[in-house]
Each structure stands twice: as C-alpha cells, then as structure tokens.
Ligand binder design. Structure first.
Ligand SMILES: C[S@@+](CC[C@H](N)C(=O)[O-])C[C@H]1O[C@@H](n2cnc3c(N)ncnc32)[C@H](O)[C@@H]1O
Length: 167
C-alpha cells in the first residue's frame, strides 16, 4: 500500500529472504517498475525467485547476491545516487546505520525509506533490557529521530515500521 500510495517506480530492498515483502512491493509498482533486491543467501532467495516467476513479477526484479553494503556501494559507484523512490531495510540489524546512510544517498528528494523491526519485539521500550542488539536498535531509532535530513513516523504495527521521507 505504501509503495502504491507513493507511486514508487524504482525500489531497493535490503533483505529478501523468501520474497514476501518483495512480492508485496512489486504488486504495488507499475509493470515497468524496477525492484533492486539485495541478499546474501542463494538458498533463501531461490524460493523468492520461484514465486516472483509464479506471480509474473520476475521481470521487475534484479537480485544481487552479496553483502548489501557492497551492492549499495556498487549502485552509488554506478551513478545511481538520487534515483530510487523507495528503500525497504530489513536485513542484518547491526548494519542498519550503514544501510540508512547509503540509502539516503540513493534516494531522490521526497523518496521514502521503510525500516522493519524498529520495536525489536518491544524491547527498545523496556529499560530492563540492556543486550547489545536492543541497544543497537535504540541507537538507530535515536539517530533517525534527530536527523533533520528526513521527516519520520513509526507505524506501530507488528514489530514497528519506520517511515522516513527524504527532505
Ligand atoms: C528478515 S529477512 C528479510 C525478510 C523479507 N524482507 C520479508 O519481509 O519477506 C532478512 C534477510 O536478510 C538477509 N541478510 C542478512 N545479512 C545480509 C547482508 N549482510 N546483506 C544482505 N542481506 C543480508 C538474510 O539472508 C535474510 O534473507
């Protein structure tokens, strides 16, 4: 719905797994849209590839199997800064700050960054939880909250979805 509402035509996904979110987003894109998908796992994305084909969406998707930081750097090196309408970040959590910074560069002004799991099962709001993963997500949320390059909201459903708009 967010992809369709925003009219996004060129979308970056960081973290594909078996293809649920990529299919959801691709269904909201025009038929000549472009979804650049990043993952490290051939095994997981083999399932995604099967269902992209079955859903008639495989022509929209370009899959990059490599650490996403490398793929994003390659996109920047190729001159794709400022060309993406939307980015969905949903891969390894320690890399979220790097994905966010690189995504901001790849995004056009007015484009949207979506980030999954920002509630971290509610642990970010529980002061008794002090493990490293929880603190990383708290720090990431705080980083975005004070970043004046974006407008930000959090959709409080499931595990929390940040919606940030590049100013
Ligand atoms: C939570 S799953 C993605 C779920 C998917 N977005 C969905 O909602 O259907 C996280 C994915 O990130 C991938 N991943 C983990 N580390 C990665 C990295 N360094 N670069 C790219 N992908 C990575 C994993 O292989 C896994 O498929």
């Amino acid at each position: 719905m967010l992809i369709r509402l925003s009219g996004a035509r060129k979308v970056l996904e960081i973290g594909v797994y078996t293809g649920y979110s990529s299919i959801s987003m691709a269904l909201g894109m025009p038929k000549d849209g472009e979804l650049v998908a990043c993952d490290v796992s051939d095994e997981y994305t083999s399932v995604a590839r099967r269902y992209w084909k079955e859903a008639g969406l495989d022509s929209l998707v370009t899959l990059h199997i490599a650490p996403a930081v490398e793929t994003l750097q390659r996109l920047l090196d190729e001159g794709q800064a400022g060309t993406f309408d939307a980015v969905f970040i949903d891969a390894d959590k320690p890399s979220y700050p790097a994905y966010y910074e690189m995504s901001l560069k790849l995004l056009r002004t007015g484009g949207m960054i979506l980030v999954d799991n920002v509630f971290w099962s509610g642990k970010v709001a529980d002061p008794s939880v002090i493990d490293e993963g929880t603190q990383q997500m708290r720090d990431f949320n705080a980083l975005l909250a004070r970043d004046d390059r974006i407008d930000i909201a959090i959709i409080p459903m499931a595990d929390g979805l940040t919606v940030a708009r590049k100013r």
